[in-house]
Design a protein around this ligand. Structure first.
Ligand code: PMP
Ligand code: GLN
Length: 382
């Protein structure tokens, strides 16, 4: 399995999806929906392709998409980045993360993430030659201990890279945690990079963009992606926003990573960002229902279940089943019962891996019939 510190092997998602395919298991590992997003977004991409939008887009993104990104932020958060200078379209959130870290770090700089952390963070911090320091998120609510967080900040902290709502734990950071992060970033003059790809996938709690807190906007890059909100993970359209002095540095790096991103998909995602409010509330309530079905099934199968406030992932503790090692279980589970999942320790450095040794992540962005079938299969573990 991949060690998330830049020992670059095959990603855990690739490994577990390959295993699911070869065993015919239900894939609750890699997070991708098994149903496509709205038809009007698909139709917009098809029309764009048919009408010749097939050559390079401008490096910073099609104006129509940058304007839609600003309008979306205005509508939901009252934020208004200038579409011309403060918004950049990227090839998925993955490129936004990579370009941002490459733009602002050099060897010796520290990048602070919470742990567990999304796998590309560790790999890109390693590629940038920066030093990765972590602050743990602790069960049951997977929020940071604020005094421990204070201890890991220092004058070497160049970037605090947060992910809210958080993959893999499903935590949604409340205002007081975000305020502490802003306070510490200001104290140590660090840049805040906030990966908010699950911004619309929260259940009964509001997502608060960190850039909306006093004192945050001028030092923050906020990242999002069409993959999660619109269920088009394969289109790889992401974006970031922030003050011009930060966004222009990231744009410089992006020129040499991909130069520009998929032209016909950009216009289609602009259509998506303009959908009425009930589309956005609808995806959250549909997912909440799926969450509850899978949570119930996992409970019935004997796992300890941590019900998430956001994302499309549920973490379970395997210890109540007498299983201590989730990495070993994840490798065996597809063959054993026909379900694939992702072990949480792979999102950690060694100490964190020890702390999360019996945690396993299941994705619930699947048809309810698939979740019910998975729950039935998992029941045979007991
Ligand atoms: N950040 C997080 C927290 C993710 O879970 C993901 C993937 N789903 C990404 C970034 C990557 O997003 P994209 O597919 O848009 O590159
Ligand atoms: N973000 C998705 C997950 O966490 C997978 C993305 C990928 O395969 N790189 O499952």
């Amino acid at each position: 399995l991949l060690s998330p510190d830049g020992g670059l092997g095959v990603t855990i998602f690739e490994e577990m999806t390959t295993l699911a395919l070869s065993t015919g298991a239900i894939n609750l590992g890699q997070g991708f929906p098994d149903e496509d997003g709205p038809d009007e977004i698909k139709a917009a991409a098809q029309t764009a392709i048919a009408s010749g939008a097939n050559q390079y887009a401008p490096g910073k993104g099609l104006p129509v998409l940058r304007e839609a990104i600003t309008a979306h932020q205005q509508r939901f958060y009252g934020l208004a980045p200038d579409p011309d200078t403060e918004v950049l379209v990227t090839t998925g959130a993955t490129e936004a993360i990579a370009a941002t870290l490459l733009a602002f770090t050099q060897p010796g700089d520290e990048v602070l993430t919470f742990e567990p952390f999304y796998d590309s963070y560790g790999a890109i911090i390693g590629m940038a030659g920066a030093t990765h320091v972590t602050a743990p998120l602790l069960a049951p609510d997977f929020l940071p201990d604020l005094s421990a967080l204070e201890d890991v900040f220092s004058h070497r902290t160049r970037i605090v890279l947060l992910n809210n709502p958080h993959n893999p734990t499903g935590a949604v950071f409340p205002h007081h945690v975000l305020a502490k992060i802003v306070e510490l970033a200001a104290r140590y003059d660090a840049i805040i990079v906030s990966d908010e790809v699950y911004e619309h996938l929260t259940f009964g709690v509001d997502h608060i963009p960190i850039a909306s807190l006093p004192g945050a906007a001028d030092r923050s890059i906020t990242i999002s992606s069409a993959g999660k909100t619109f269920s088009f993970t394969g289109w790889k359209i992401g974006w970031l926003s922030g003050p011009e002095h930060l966004v222009s540095a990231v744009r410089t790096v992006k020129q040499f990573l991909t130069y520009s991103s998929g032209t016909p998909f950009q216009g289609a995602i602009a259509v998506g960002l303009g959908l009425p409010d009930d589309f956005f509330t609808g995806i959250a309530s549909t997912l909440q229902h799926k969450r509850d079905i899978l949570a119930e099934g996992l409970r019935a199968a004997g796992f300890g279940v941590y019900v998430p406030s956001g994302t499309y992932f549920i973490n379970v503790d395997t210890a109540p089943l007498g299983i201590r090692d989730s990495v070993d279980l994840a490798r065996r589970l597809p063959g054993l019962v026909g379900v694939a999942a992702i072990p949480v320790p792979v999102f950690c450095h060694p100490q964190g891996a020890e702390r999360t040794r019996s945690l396993l992540r299941f994705a619930f962005c699947k048809k309810t019939s698939v979740l019910e079938e998975a729950a039935e299969r998992l029941a045979s573990l007991k």
